[in-house]
Design a protein around this ligand. Structure first.
Ligand code: HEC
Length: 204
């Protein structure tokens, strides 16, 4: 009896929290979840602000120049934000339809991407986040916080339908990324995620 009340309470808590976590993570205590969300949000917002700042500045010159900024600076800028945030936290951007092969998703990331895609299809809305607990290659256990990204009008310059992308920009993309999958998007589409990996010690 006690056990079934406990389970119902757990299920209720998961439904109420409005966020699906991996099954084994049903055991994630709410205090941890709150911290993971806090750190995950702060980190991903900082990354977005940094990348958008650079992008907007570069776009003032020309989209051709902005392509160089994105291709040469996105990963170093991500590393810089990691260093500023510190505590062993790692950040990555990933997508099913990625441009840079270095951003290709691993199996856990695929699971998270699928969750957002399916939720959007079912409810018309993107959930705010997704959390996993994963043992990474370095042998340490991390919480992974995923924040979904939507396509805004400014993104179409480089990720929109081919007919809307400037020819020089398109050629440049094809030269740098011969296997680019990241075009054909429309405003409001689910573009991918920011993944923030947080070591358990960082929650203290
Ligand atoms: C000036 C061109 C340009 C614009 C505008 C642009 N991007 Fe990108 N985007 C790129 C390039 C180049 C890459 C690959 C760089 C990298 O991450 O290594 C990229 C990579 C990404 C990635 C990482 C996954 C992948 O495909 O490799 C995401 C996510 C992303 N862009 C989302 C967006 C969103 C959302 C917007 C609008 C807010 C946007 N981009 C606007 C050029 C652009």
């Amino acid at each position: 009896m006690k056990k079934s009340i406990f389970i119902s309470a757990l299920i209720g808590a998961v439904i109420l929290s409005g966020c699906k976590t991996k099954e084994e993570n049903v055991k994630v205590n709410p205090v941890d979840e709150k911290k993971v969300v806090e750190i995950g949000e702060e980190t991903s917002k900082k990354l977005l602000k940094t990348l958008k700042g650079e992008l907007v500045n570069a776009m003032k010159d020309s989209p051709q120049k902005a392509i160089n900024v994105c291709s040469q600076k996105a990963i170093p800028l991500t590393k810089k934000v990691e260093e500023e945030i510190d505590h062993g936290i790692k950040i990555k951007r990933t997508s099913f339809k990625y441009r840079n092969p270095a951003n290709a998703p691993d199996s856990y990331e695929k699971e998270a991407l699928k969750y957002f895609e399916e939720s959007l299809k079912e409810t018309g809305k993107l959930p705010k986040y997704y959390i996993q607990k994963v043992k990474e290659e370095d042998g340490k256990v991390y919480y992974r916080y995923y924040k979904p990204l939507k396509v805004a009008p400014v993104c179409l310059t480089c990720h929109g339908e081919k007919k809307y992308i400037d020819e020089t920009v398109y050629q440049k993309i094809k030269t740098i990324y011969p296997n680019d999958k990241a075009t054909g998007y429309k405003v409001g589409d689910f573009r991918g995620v920011i993944r923030v990996s947080i070591p358990l010690e960082a929650l203290k």
